[in-house]
Every structure is written in C-alpha cells, then in structure tokens.
Design a protein around this ligand. Structure first.
Ligand SMILES: [Zn+2]
Length: 390
C-alpha cells in the first residue's frame, strides 16, 4: 500500500467542517482503491439553518472471521472535531494500511455533531450536549439532577453578558490554594453540574429529552455490529480536559465501560506513558458523566462480550488552577451569552474566541502533540491486539 503521510503532522488538521468531511471521505475511498471493502454511510442531520450537515461513517468488516471491533468516534463536541478529524486522517493514512484485518472490524465516525463543528458550538442545534444524550432505555431523561439545579439557582444569571467574567466568578475566593465560590468548592461545582441534566437547554450540560437524530442512528448501527463480535474497543475523541499537550484516557466513571482483562491486554499504562495517562473520573477537575456515548457500548453488549469504551481527551488550556478557572469561567459566560446575548459585539467576539481556543488551540506544537500521542496509542494497543506490527 502507498504511504501518503504528510511532511508535518499539523497539516492533518482541517480548515473547516466541509474540508474535514472531504478529507475523511477521500481517505476512505483511497482504502477502497487499494483493495479494502468498505461500507460508507451518510446521515443527514435536520437543521433549521443548514441543509448540508451530515455525519459520515465508514465500516470495514474483517477479511476473515469477526473477533474484535474497533470504533473511533469524533466530533461529539463541535470545535473539538478539528483534532478528531486530524486523528482519523492520521489513522487512515498511517495505521489502517498496515492493519491485520483478518479478525478486526473497524468503524470510523466523522463529526457526530456537524452543526457544532461548522458553527463552533459545543452542543447540537437543539442545545444538546451529545455526550450526555445516550440513554438506550430512556430512563436518563426522567431523572433530575437537583445538585445542578441548586448550582444554577445560586450562581447562574439569565441576562445579557456584560463582562468577560461570569457571574459565578464574582464569588471566587482562593483558600489554601483551592478555589471556592461562597462555601462551594470548584470541584463540588464541577461534580454537580458536569454530569449533565435533562431539564432545559438553557442550563449547562443539557442531555436532551430523547436521543438526538445522530445518537439514534449510532445506536442503531451499534445494535447491528456489536453482536457480531467478541471484543469491542471504542475510542471517543475529545479535547479540553487535562494537561496541555497531553493525552488523557478517561472512562465514564460507571465502572461498566472497561472489561478489566481486555483493558489489561491492550493498555499498558507504564509502557505507554510517553503517549498518554489514564485518569480516573474521580480525579480532581474531572468528573463522572451520565449519558456519555461510551455507555452505549456496555449497554448494548451481552455479558459474554468484552467492552473497553474510552474517552481520549487532549488537554488545551492546561490543568493548573488558573487554567481550570479560566476554562470554567468561559464555559459559563459563553453559555449565558448564547441564550441571553451580549452587551457589545466586541465582548461576544472575545468570549467566543476564548471558547474556540479552549477546544482548538491555534498552536502547531499542540497539533503535533495530538497526532503523535494518537499514533503511539493506536500502534501500541493494536499491536497488543495482534492487529498491527510495530
Ligand atoms: Zn468533549
């Protein structure tokens, strides 16, 4: 097979959604030209403003018998898709041609949230955080998050944004090196709000009232594929949490998304430390998520199947106190501005620029780190799975 690797890893990053989608599809078609049999699907996403939004995916069945399924999903959170797209391109260019696909099936999903990617929003057009939206039973949509409601009542204002600082940050105090808002610690605030809520898009981290169209389509696809396999490894690509230039592997925190034997077979945290660190959901500044895409895999698998569903997070602003505060402040003020407006267009622009930087730093060193870490991770786990030769 030919090698189309670019000179500089940063050039895997697309310019915008349409460019990204085209690059993905070109590389998928390239595998076909080189002899691989692939099923390509396009899910059109309904929109009030744009009739050209699609989730694009490609599935390569194993060439002999089904054993392991690798699923890589990108773009749950709009602007984070720049990195997700770069990783998919690197994978298709450098890893895919060398895969031993006798027993391995591969499903790659480009831009789960095309609206958010194109218009630089974390949520879908319906205001839904897709990574809080996955509930196969529908139970999640009925459950209230009262801790989140309390935090909103105390700290969140539903009025025009008049300052680059959010209302929450007017209560900020640093005590013994820890951040507090009144008597609530930042960690308490994050662990209350970040798991999500299904009441209102006006509040932070809305999980929706039902599966969004692309969530429903993905669930349908997984229902078709998962039963065919013994092992399922799912990697969902994100940016924004953790140390800058560093890849963190996270799980939803439920404990059901990681089969211990499969995880131990594929991931060697010590040997892979140049590429990533494994961060439990309980770690400070991280959090348990409800309705994450990852939970769909364990929900759909049978007890005899082994599932490893992992979130890959590339740190952007950083993980020190100052960076975490800056990130939380911007999340709140951007959300308030989207629903209530801004006092001036200059303020809107400043807030949105920071929001974009939080998902996609305009820095080639960061871009190169994202691609290098992903390359190392894919090569190591796939070689341990017997599907790649280092
Ligand atoms: Zn994300």
């Amino acid at each position: 097979m030919q090698n189309h690797k670019p000179q500089n890893d940063a050039s895997y990053f697309p310019f915008h959604y349409i460019d990204s989608r085209q690059r993905f599809l070109d590389l998928v078609h390239q595998t076909q030209k080189e002899g691989a049999s692939v099923q390509i699907e396009k899910w059109m996403i309904p929109s009030k403003i744009d009739q050209d939004l699609s989730v694009d995916l490609a599935y390569w069945a194993p060439t002999q018998q089904t054993q392991q399924l690798l699923v890589v999903t990108s773009g749950i959170h709009g602007s984070e898709t720049y990195a997700g797209s770069a990783i998919l391109q690197m994978f298709l260019t450098e890893v895919f041609p060398k895969l031993h696909r006798e027993g391995l099936g591969v499903l790659l999903v480009h831009a789960m949230n095309p609206y958010g990617f194109k218009y630089h929003r974390r949520t879908t057009e319906n205001g839904v955080n897709l990574n809080r939206n996955f509930s196969i039973s529908g139970e999640r949509y009925k459950r209230r998050n009262e801790d989140s409601e309390k935090m909103h009542a105390q700290f969140f204002k539903r009025e025009k944004v008049g300052s680059i600082k959010s209302h929450l940050f007017q209560h900020l105090e640093i005590k013994n090196g820890k951040a507090f808002f009144g008597d609530i610690s930042m960690d308490q605030f994050i662990k209350a709000v970040s798991p999500g809520q299904c009441e209102s898009a006006q509040d932070l981290e809305f999980g929706g009232k039902a599966l969004e169209p692309q969530s429903a389509k993905l669930v349908e696809k997984l229902k078709e594929l998962i039963p065919q396999y013994q092992d399922v490894v799912a990697l969902d690509l994100h940016t924004g949490l953790g140390h800058r230039n560093r890849l963190h592997l996270l799980t939803s925190g439920s404990g059901e998304d990681l089969h211990p034997d499969l995880f131990a077979q594929l991931f060697d945290i010590e040997a892979d430390k140049d590429y990533y660190e494994y961060t439990p959901a309980a770690a400070e500044g991280f959090y348990e998520v409800h309705g994450a895409l990852n939970t769909a895999f364990s929900d759909l698998a049978q007890p005899h199947q082994r599932v490893c569903a992992i979130t890959m997070e590339f740190g952007t602003l950083g993980h020190d106190l100052e960076a975490k505060l800056r990130s939380l402040d911007n999340l709140l003020v951007e959300h308030q501005g989207f629903y209530n407006g801004y006092n001036t267009p200059e303020l809107a622009e400043e807030v949105q620029k920071e929001s974009f930087e939080r998902s996609y730093p305009q820095d080639d060193k960061w871009r190169q780190a994202v691609v290098a870490a992903s390359r190392g991770l894919f090569q190591n786990i796939l070689s341990r799975a017997g599907a790649f030769t280092l």
